[in-house]
Design a protein around this ligand. Structure first.
Ligand code: ADP
Ligand code: ZN
Ligand code: ZN
Length: 741
C-alpha cells in the first residue's frame, strides 16, 4: 500500500502560519481522514502536540520520507471543520486567488470572541425547613444580606442569579458561602440570542398567480427529479418574487431541507424581515453587519444544531453551516454588494452555485433588472429563465418625463430643479402627496474646482477629489484627510474657486428656498451613520412626517411609500460618466428602480429624469422601463469590446509604498504573463483608478480572455512568479470580472 501524506494547516486564526505542513498519515488513520479533518500533530523542535486541519491528501512526499513526521492522532473532542466548507474554501482559493487561510476565514464563522449570554439560576438543594433553620442562625449573627437571600430561597426554589446580585443586593461571596454549605447550587443554562425579536403572527397564503405557480411547480419538479439547477426570475418589483421564494422555502422545510436567503444589506429592512418572521416564526433568523461577532457565531451554531431552517442575510450568510441545505435564494442578484471588496474577491452568485453543488441544492436568482451576467447565462441555457410580468398589487407604471438640462440652461433656468420638476413638485405639495428626489452622490457638496483654470482640489494622499462639507472644510472620503476651503486657487490664484453644489444638503437648502415651510427628510451616508437611522428615516417618511425625501442611491430600495406620486432624478449623468465599463448598466438599474418608486399605491405616479444626455440608451430604456432593449444594446457593446459577460477579465492589482517599485513589478509581472501566454490580451499596467490610498500606490493590469480558466492560469502564473521573486513590501490582489473598477 502506498504511503499517504497530508497537507495540514496549523492554525486558521494566524496569518503568519499561512502555509501547509506535510505529515505522514499513519496506517490506522488512513480511512478516517479526509480534507477538513481535525488532527493532532507534533510541531516545532519540542514536538509539542498541536491541532491542525487537513487541507489535502496525496502520495507525493515533498521532503525526505525518512524525516517527515507522522500525524499523532485525532483530538479527543471532534472539532473538525466540515468537509464542505473546506471544499468550498479550496474552490474559492482556486477561482478568486487568495491563500487557503484567507479562503477558510471567509467561509468559517468568526471564532466567538464574546461570552454567551448566561442565565444562571441559584437552585435550592436543602429542604425548606433546613433553610429556615439556617436563616434563624444568620439572623442571630446579624448577617443581614445572607438572611435576605435565605429568606427568598425559603420562599422559592430557584432565583435568577442576576436578581440575587442585583435586586437582592447580595454579594457573590455571600452566594458562595451558602453554596459551600450545600444550601443551594448555581446552575447555568446557555441561551442563544436571536437578534430579531418578532413574534410569528398571521400566516397568510395568497392564492398564487399562474406565473408564480408555474415557477414553483417547475423548480420543485426539477428538485425532486434530482436535477437541481439555477433559475433566474425576471420580474418587476411587486410582481410576487418574494412570495415565490417563501413558498419554495416552505416546501423545502417540509422536505427537511434548509434555505439561505441573500438580500443586499441595504434592502434588509424591517418590513422584509417581518414577512419572513410572520411566515416562518422562530425557524428563521437574520445575519447582518450590525450583529456582533458573538451573535453571528450564535446564528451559525443554531443553524448547525438544526434550530433554524432559514437564514436571511447579505453575502456572508451564504456560509451558514446548515446540515442539509436545499435552496439558496438571491434577491436583487444584480447588486454590486454581492461581490466581495476584499480578498478573496468572490462573487456570491457563482459561489452560491458552488455551495448548491456541494449540497445538491437549487439556486433561485431574482431581479427586476437582471445583471448582464445573469441574463447572458440564462440566454445560453446555463440558467433557466422565468418571467413575472404583472404587478400583483395593482398600480400603473409611472409616466416618465426626460428633461434636457442643456436646454434648461439655454432657456435661462439655472436652478437645480428643471421647470417640469418644479411644476410637478408644486402640484404634489398642494395636494399633500409625497415626492422623492434622488441624487447619486453623497455629502454636502461635490468636488471643488477653479472656474478660471479648471484645477480640482484633491487629497494629497489618495488622488481623489475632496468633498466640501459644512463649515468650509474639504474632506477626503477615503482617508479622512481634512483641509480648509482655500480662498484662492492654489494653481492660478483666481478667487473663483467654488464647490460643485450638488450634494443632498445643498438640494435640501435650495428646496427650502423655493418652498418655504416644506418638510424634508434627507438620507445619505451622513444621516445614516448610526445603527437604525436608515430605518428611522424611512419609517418617518412612510408615516407622512415629510413632504419630500432627498437621498442618494440608498432610497431606491426597501420600503414602499404609497403616498409617493413623484420621483425626481436630479442628474442622471453622475453615474453615467463613471470611468468603468459598467457605468451604463449601473445607471439603467438605478434609474429603473428610482422611477419605479413612484405610484406604488392607489394614485398614479410620475417621474422626471434630468440629464445632459437624453439620447443615451441607458436613459431612454430606463424611461421606458424596457429591460430587453437595454440588454440588447449593452450586450452588443460588451461583445464588441470584449468585456464581461461576453468575455472574462482579470484585474491584477499591485500595491506598495514605493511608486517606482510598484510600477516596475507591475510591468515585469505583465511581461512574464505575456511571454507565457502570448494569445492573451493584456491592458496596462497603469496606475489604478484611484492610484493612491493612504500613501499606498496602486498599479493594475488587466488580462482578458473568453475562458475563465485561462485567467485562473494567469493568476497561477503570477502567484508562481511571486514565489520565485519574493518581492518585498509589495502586495498583490486579484479581481476576477471586477464590478467596481
Ligand atoms: P416582489 O418580491 O416581486 O417585489 P412580492 O412577493 O413582495 O413581490 O409581492 C408584492 C405584493 O403582492 C406583496 O404585498 C404580496 O403580499 C402580494 N402578493 C404576492 N403574491 C400574491 C398573490 N399570489 N396574490 C395576491 N397578492 C400577492
Ligand atoms: Zn485656478
Ligand atoms: Zn485621502
Amino acid at each position: 500500500m502506498r504511503t499517504l501524506y497530508a497537507d495540514i494547516i496549523v492554525d486558521i486564526s494566524h496569518e503568519k502560519l499561512d502555509k501547509t505542513f506535510q505529515y505522514r498519515i499513519p496506517e490506522r488513520l488512513r480511512d478516517r481522514l479526509e480534507p477538513g479533518a481535525c488532527v493532532m500533530i507534533p510541531f516545532g523542535n519540542g514536538n509539542r502536540l498541536i491541532k491542525g486541519y487537513v487541507v489535502s491528501i496525496g502520495d507525493q512526499c515533498q521532503f525526505d520520507p525518512e524525516k517527515i513526521k507522522e500525524i499523532a492522532g485525532l483530538p479527543e473532542k471532534e472539532t473538525g471543520v466540515e468537509d464542505k466548507m473546506i471544499a468550498l474554501a479550496a474552490w474559492i482559493r482556486r477561482n478568486y486567488g487568495c491563500t487557503m487561510i484567507q479562503a477558510l476565514k471567509t467561509v468559517l464563522p468568526a471564532k466567538q470572541t464574546v461570552k454567551k449570554l448566561e442565565h444562571r439560576q441559584l437552585v435550592r438543594l436543602m429542604s425548606r425547613e433546613e433553610i429556615v433553620s439556617l436563616l434563624g442562625e444568620c439572623e442571630r449573627k446579624k448577617q443581614v444580606a445572607k438572611a435576605r437571600l435565605l429568606k427568598t430561597l425559603s420562599e422559592q426554589e430557584s432565583i435568577p442569579y442576576e436578581w440575587v446580585t442585583g435586586k437582592l443586593g447580595v454579594s457573590a461571596a455571600t452566594v458562595n458561602s451558602i453554596v459551600k454549605v450545600g444550601a443551594a447550587k448555581l446552575v447555568s443554562s446557555e441561551s442563544y440570542r436571536n437578534p430579531v425579536k418578532v413574534q410569528a403572527g398571521e400566516t397568510t397564503y395568497n392564492t398564487l398567480s399562474e406565473e408564480q405557480q408555474y415557477i414553483i411547480t417547475e423548480v420543485l419538479a426539477d428538485f425532486d427529479a434530482g436535477k437541481q439547477q439555477t433559475y433566474l426570475i425576471h420580474g418587476i418589483t411587486g410582481s410576487g418574487k418574494t412570495e415565490v421564494y417563501m413558498q419554495l422555502i416552505g416546501e423545502m422545510i417540509k422536505k427537511g431541507r434548509q434555505a439561505i436567503v441573500l438580500i443586499p444589506e441595504i434592502a434588509l429592512t424591517y418590513q422584509t424581515l417581518l414577512r419572513f418572521y410572520q411566515r416562518f416564526g422562530d425557524r428563521v433568523s437574520v445575519m447582518n453587519s450590525t450583529l456582533s461577532p458573538g451573535e453571528k457565531y450564535d446564528q451559525c451554531e443554531r443553524a448547525k444544531a438544526g434550530e433554524i431552517d432559514v437564514i436571511i442575510g447579505p453575502r456572508s450568510a451564504l456560509f451558514t453551516p446548515f446540515p442539509n441545505l436545499g435552496l439558496i435564494v438571491m434577491d436583487e442578484e444584480q447588486e454590486n454588494s454581492y461581490k466581495s471588496e476584499s480578498t478573496p474577491k468572490y462573487h456570491a452568485r457563482e459561489t452560491a452555485m458552488e455551495v448548491a453543488k456541494l449540497y445538491g441544492a437549487s439556486v433561485v436568482l431574482g431581479s427586476a433588472t437582471p445583471s448582464l451576467e445573469a441574463y447572458y447565462r440564462a440566454g445560453k441555457g446555463e440558467y433557466r429563465l422565468f418571467h413575472l410580468t404583472k404587478r400583483l398589487t395593482g398600480g400603473e407604471l409611472p409616466t416618465v418625463h426626460t428633461v434636457d438640462l442643456r436646454q434648461e440652461l439655454q432657456e435661462g433656468n439655472r436652478s437645480i430643479f428643471s421647470r417640469k420638476l418644479q411644476e410637478l413638485m408644486t402640484d404634489r405639495l398642494s395636494k399633500g402627496q409625497q415626492t422623492i428626489l434622488f441624487l447619486n452622490r453623497r455629502g454636502y457638496a461635490g468636488f471643488v474646482s477653479c472656474r478660471a483654470c479648471g484645477e480640482v482640489m484633491k487629497c494629497p494622499h489618495c488622488d481623489v477629489s475632496l468633498s466640501e462639507h459644512k463649515g468650509g472644510r474639504l474632506i477626503c472620503h477615503y482617508c479622512g484627510y481634512m483641509q480648509p476651503m482655500p480662498k484662492l486657487c492654489p494653481k492660478c490664484g483666481s478667487k473663483y474657486i467654488l464647490g460643485f453644489k450638488a450634494g443632498t444638503q445643498q438640494i435640501e437648502d435650495k428646496l427650502k428656498e423655493l418652498y418655504p415651510g416644506v418638510r424634508t427628510l434627507r438620507m445619505d451616508a451622513d444621516t445614516t451613520r448610526t445603527k437604525d437611522s436608515y430605518e428611522k428615516i424611512l419609517s418617518a417618511f412612510a408615516n407622512g412626517e415629510a413632504d419630500v425625501l432627498i437621498g442618494t442611491q440608498m432610497i431606491v430600495k426597501g420600503h414602499d411609500f404609497p403616498k409617493v406620486t413623484l420621483v425626481g432624478i436630479l442628474a442622471a449623468d453622475l453615474s453615467l460618466n463613471a470611468s468603468d465599463y459598467r457605468a451604463g448598466e449601473r445607471t439603467f438599474q438605478l434609474l429603473t428602480q428610482a422611477v419605479g418608486r413612484a405610484g406604488r399605491g392607489a394614485l398614479p405616479g410620475e417621474a422626471v429624469i434630468q440629464t445632459y444626455q437624453p439620447d443615451h440608451y441607458a436613459i431612454t430604456c430606463a424611461a421606458a422601463q424596457d429591460y430587453k432593449s437595454f440588454y440588447e444594446e449593452e450586450i452588443l457593446y460588451r461583445e464588441l469590446s470584449g468585456y464581461p459577460p461576453a468575455a472574462h477579465m482579470l484585474a491584477v492589482q499591485i500595491y506598495g509604498k514605493e511608486e517606482e517599485n510598484v510600477k516596475q513589478l507591475a510591468q515585469r509581472l505583465a511581461d512574464v504573463v505575456k511571454s507565457n501566454m502570448d494569445f492573451l490580451q493584456i491592458l496596462g499596467p497603469t496606475p489604478a483608478n484611484i492610484s493612491k490610498i493612504n500613501d499606498i500606490y496602486r498599479y493594475v493590469f488587466y488580462a482578458k480572455h473568453a475562458e475563465y480558466d485561462t485567467l485562473v492560469a494567469v493568476k497561477d502564473c503570477v502567484e508562481e512568479t511571486l514565489r520565485q521573486w519574493q518581492p518585498r513590501q509589495l502586495s498583490i490582489q486579484f479581481d476576477f470580472d471586477p464590478v467596481n473598477v
